[in-house]
Design a binder for this molecule. Sequence first.
Ligand code: G3P
Ligand code: MG
Length: 358
Amino acid sequence: ASRPFSKHHYEPQRPSFGIAFDIDGVILRGHTPIGGSLQALRRLYGDSGALKIPFLFLTNGGGVPESNRARELSRLLGVKILPSQVVQGHSPFKELKNRFENELIVAVGKGEPAAVMSEYGFKNVLSIDEYASYFDNIDPLSQYKNWTIQNQINKNNTLKEMATRSNVSSDRVQAVFVVSDSIDWSRDIQVLCDILRTGGLPGRGIGHQPPLYFASDDLEYQAAFTSERLGMGAFRIAVEAIFNRIHPNALEYTSFGKPNPFVFKNAEAILKQLWLSSSYGVDAVNNEENSQPFKTLYMIGDNPSVDINGARQAGHPWFSILTRTGVFKGKENHADFPADLVVDTVEDAVNYILKKEL
Ligand code: G3P
Ligand code: MG
């Protein structure tokens, strides 16, 4: 029997489980839905379109604000996804707002890394594209890069803003946030080494390394090509290996995203909020506020060392399900990070969960 989860179908028996979906290699490859993801997600909504089962997306990807990503996912997947249901690799960066709110910070990566940080409340953030444009000749290869034209356009667009920021090159960068995958590794590694080795003042002498944060540490991810692609973890290895050769002290950094246990704690808190706001009336909410609503939280992922490792480390109430539609393609369970269950697709995973729970 189904247990509706909408205000209009109040029933005392609520779902005592929630689901976290990985995106790349489980729900999508590139922009294409895979593994029966459309059908699987539709089963989590009632006939009226109201959310029946609390679920969210827990991805190490990113580069756009959560509200934009929610809109894009809604379009690609044909269901209404709320911004609160989208947790990206960089989402935990907002916890650092108080520390760097008014400090000059640099944001790296594809998409709109500076817009992501501004939306989190950081007030003095520059993308690495814009930051680099304040330093003539900082990238000796820029003349060979055909996207310099685009950078030039951006630069013209922001001339007014640049006038009000005339002191950028003498303003100390207080932290660097790698929000999403670097597009131009050679320029970004160069500029990051400049910032990090000088204490935030490229072109100057050696200084104390400012804090460096990565949104995730995925060595590889599935994407649309046949074999896996190098991810942010590969970029981190490149930055670290080079920095450690040119600087007396080893690179210090923090990586967020899965498998960091913080991410799973945060996902649990968000799922609880979804569960509370989705409807049992004020009385039920008051009574339940401090209780633990979930007997089981399911993590459905394709990457054993990231998704499954993370869910295993998070422990109770997490239950890990590994699909074969992405990084993992094995026949048996993964040897080092065995999942609680291995299935072919996300649709199989949701079928299993709903059969067991409803
Ligand atoms: O860049 C995205 C990739 O690192 C992983 O995405 O959704 O599989 O966590 P996802
Ligand atoms: Mg994945």
